[in-house]
Design a protein around this ligand. Structure first.
Ligand SMILES: [Zn+2]
Length: 196
């Protein structure tokens, strides 16, 4: 750690199109041989939440961090089949239902200069807000805008409302993919990426 490349690798991504999709992206290269854990400490989780205007009243602790990583992988397990048009795993759906039931967070709106909700009491309560957005996104019409990055070590899920993107918003994926496509066209590489 400490070198520029590592820092870039550990930077959070907020370009996936929704807070819950950005949560998925806190594990980089999730399907490669060396995944990158960007939520590596409770303080890092507090920072991630704060950058999404979900700073909890009490800073995240170890158990919040564990729940965040668990929730992230549950959401990933539900998102990938949803994008592919496959049936989602029942155990992940049950886990998400259970998480939301255990961390009910009733909406209490306040008016003032603008419409607000009180800050979530804990990081887990903040995560419950993110999880609820995921549920609405995955079960509503917004699910049709979801795509999976074709880079096999990435497979980031992102929202593409304009339907113009092929790769996830990470510039690295698009440039790698284009180089491969170019090689294939010139005939000095595999004709298509290997099937997963
Ligand atoms: Zn990607």
């Amino acid at each position: 750690m400490g070198c520029v490349a590592d820092e870039r690798l550990l930077a959070f991504r907020f370009d996936c199109g929704a807070p819950w999709l950005n949560l998925l992206a806190t594990r980089g290269r999730a399907f490669g041989g060396r995944p990158v854990e960007r939520l590596y400490s409770p303080a890092r989780l507090t920072e991630w939440l704060a950058r999404g205007e979900l700073a909890p009243a009490r800073a995240a602790d170890r158990s919040d961090l564990e729940r965040a990583r668990e929730l992230r992988e549950t959401l990933r397990a539900l998102a990938l089949p949803t994008v592919a048009g496959d049936p989602p795993p029942a155990d992940a759906a049950a886990a998400l239902t259970g998480f939301l039931a255990a961390h009910d967070d009733p909406v209490r709106l306040a008016t003032g200069d603008r419409l607000t909700r009180p800050a979530p009491a804990t990081a887990t309560a903040a995560l419950a807000r993110v999880a609820r957005q995921a549920v609405d996104h995955l079960t509503g019409p917004g699910r049709h805008t979801l795509k999976t990055c074709p880079e096999l070590d990435c497979r980031a899920v992102f929202a593409d409302t304009t339907d113009r993107r092929r790769w996830c918003p990470s510039p690295a994926c698009a440039s790698r993919g284009r180089v491969r496509a170019l090689r294939a066209r010139r005939g000095d590489g595999p004709a298509s990426p290997p099937a997963r």
